[in-house]
Design a protein around this ligand. Structure first.
Ligand code: NAD
Length: 484
């Protein structure tokens, strides 16, 4: 049986507490994961702290950047291994992971190395009463040991989105990957060693949240800052943990994102984009769409077209090139999504398509499969419209005016992203600006430039990362004032 180990001080470390990793495709056990206890988390934090004072802490930016380029190259060199591990952990189609997850995993090191290399600090000339003047300049130092707590939906991509900038800024990290997806974080340890990243700079501890590695890491006094991606409820717990010692947190959390389709849109583009935003990664994308609002003249046609395409989606295993959608991450998550499928019916939804479990045949019967699902007819107060489901499903509602749809789309506790489909440029700007979200897409979805600010409004997050914005979290900026 494959063993997934912790990675501490540049070496793999076993423990005597093992938990099973199940395949989302079949439910069978595919690996055993070595859970870190307090002792392993202590060792990982100590290694990270020692590495700050070692060669890593003394390295010039140029040397650090070269090593991070080598990490990116290392991921590309071992692309197939990362791809196989990610697909085994998540069950997602290879076509998706090979285009998004793994390349972005590498890009996160390259892009943030470039940011750190190229971004200048500020400088001010200041008048003094004696006429001699003073100069002020900014000097960035690492925040220290960063605890990185990650979800399972885009494991390598979202983990490196934090580790890339953290290391580029000179920090050291202890990563707690999701218990559902431990493999790629562990594999990255080998790449770090090959790339000449000193021992202790990158550490991985496996386990769960409460009373396990997640809690031990986020409550550890040796951790200087915590960056988290996951559910809003978990984020609240982590924020409380970070309050001990007044440590900074960056929180990227849940979403209940809207797509707004105006009747002047490019219809085919809106259907194509909405298909991806609802069903990509089996609906397990924080930026994905679960609420679709379509202007009334287009409503019937839009519902019919989305239904037709959803029913044409081929559910299957990662290696099948025809697979459009894989399973959910776990049986536990399948239970949650199916509970919302039942709730939709109780709340009075019309099921346009799906709503249950597909027949995948005997071999895949133990997997976490659900049907792509579309509803109409729910009132805006329905829980299915208010709460994040994180599955391959959406509700489609008609609207008449811009004001009306803005009020509906904004009437939600979350505020992560939205997608607006229109050919009217002025309207695109108006709606994009008035949506209470961190990211408004117009005539696109999941088009990302890593230099831009990324994060959520309202209960979707605290803080912005991406490009120079990541520097605000991963460095302490001090002002040096020199009287001339
Ligand atoms: P989760 O909150 O259940 O778990 C995330 C991580 O936190 C896991 O590693 C888990 O073990 C750990 N954890 C859980 N409880 C903890 C505790 N008490 N202390 C410390 N660590 C703890 O989230 P998930 O189910 O893995 O991921 C899905 C969620 O992530 C969805 O809500 C989704 O919207 C969100 N998400 C947000 C973004 C974003 O950028 N805003 C990106 C991806 C996913």
């Amino acid at each position: 049986m494959k063993q997934i180990l912790n990675f501490i001080q540049g070496e793999y470390a076993a423990t005597d507490r093992l938990f099973d990793k199940h395949s989302p495709l079949t439910g069978e056990v595919v690996a055993q994961v070595h859970e870190a206890g307090r002792a392993e988390v202590d060792a990982a934090v100590a290694a990270a702290r020692a590495a700050l004072a070692g060669p890593w802490g003394r390295m010039s930016v140029a040397e650090r950047v070269e090593r991070l380029y080598a990490v990116a190259d290392g991921i590309h060199r071992r692309f197939e291994e990362f791809l196989a591990a990610e697909c085994q952990d998540t069950g997602k189609p290879r076509s998706l992971a090979s285009h998004i997850d793994i390349p972005r995993g590498a890009a996160n090191f390259k892009v943030f190395a470039d940011v750190v290399k190229n971004v200048p600090t500020e400088f001010f000339e200041t008048a003094t009463p004696d006429g001699r003047g003073a100069i002020n300049y900014g000097w960035r130092t690492p925040v220290g040991v960063v605890g990185v707590v990650c979800p399972w939906n885009l494991p390598l991509l979202l983990m490196t989105w934090k580790v890339g900038p953290a290391l580029a800024c000179g920090n050291t990290v202890v990563v707690k990957p999701s218990e559902e997806t431990p493999q790629t974080a562990a594999l990255l340890g080998e790449v770090m060693n090959e790339a000449g990243i000193p021992p202790g700079v990158y550490n991985v501890v496996h386990g769960f949240g409460p009373d396990s590695a997640g809690e031990f890491l986020t409550t550890h006094p040796g951790v200087d800052a915590i960056t988290f991606t996951g559910e809003t409820r978990t984020g609240e717990v982590i924020m409380k943990a970070a309050a001990q010692g007044a440590r900074p947190v960056s929180l990227e959390m849940g979403g209940k994102n809207a797509a707004i389709v105006f009747d002047d849109c490019d219809f085919d583009a809106a259907i194509e984009g909405t298909m991806r935003s609802v069903f990509a990664n089996c609906g397990q994308v924080c930026l994905g769409t679960e609420r679709v609002y379509v202007q009334r003249p287009l409503f019937e046609r839009f519902v019919a077209a989305l239904k037709q395409q959803a029913e044409a989606l081929k559910l299957g295993v990662p290696d099948d090139a025809a697979t459009g959608m894989g399973p959910l991450i776990s049986k536990e998550h399948q239970d949650k999504v199916l509970s919302y499928y039942r709730l939709a019916a109780e709340e009075g939804a019309t099921v346009v398509t799906g709503g249950g479990v597909p027949d995948m045949g005997a071999q895949l019967a133990g997997g976490a499969w659900v049907q792509p699902t579309i509803w109409t007819g729910l009132p805006e107060t329905a829980r299915v419209i208010k709460e994040e489901i994180f599955g391959p499903c959406c509700h489609i509602a008609p609207f008449d005016t811009e004001e009306e749809v803005l009020a509906k789309a904004n009437d939600n506790a979350y505020g992560l992203a939205c997608a607006i489909w229109t050919r009217d440029l002025a309207r695109a700007h108006r709606v994009a600006q008035r949506m209470q979200v961190g990211l408004s897409w117009v005539n696109s979805w999941f088009l990302r430039d890593l230099r831009t600010p990324f994060g959520g409004a309202k209960q979707s997050g605290i803080g912005r990362e991406g490009g120079v914005h990541s520097l605000e979290f991963y460095t302490e900026q001090k002002n040096v004032c020199i009287k001339l």
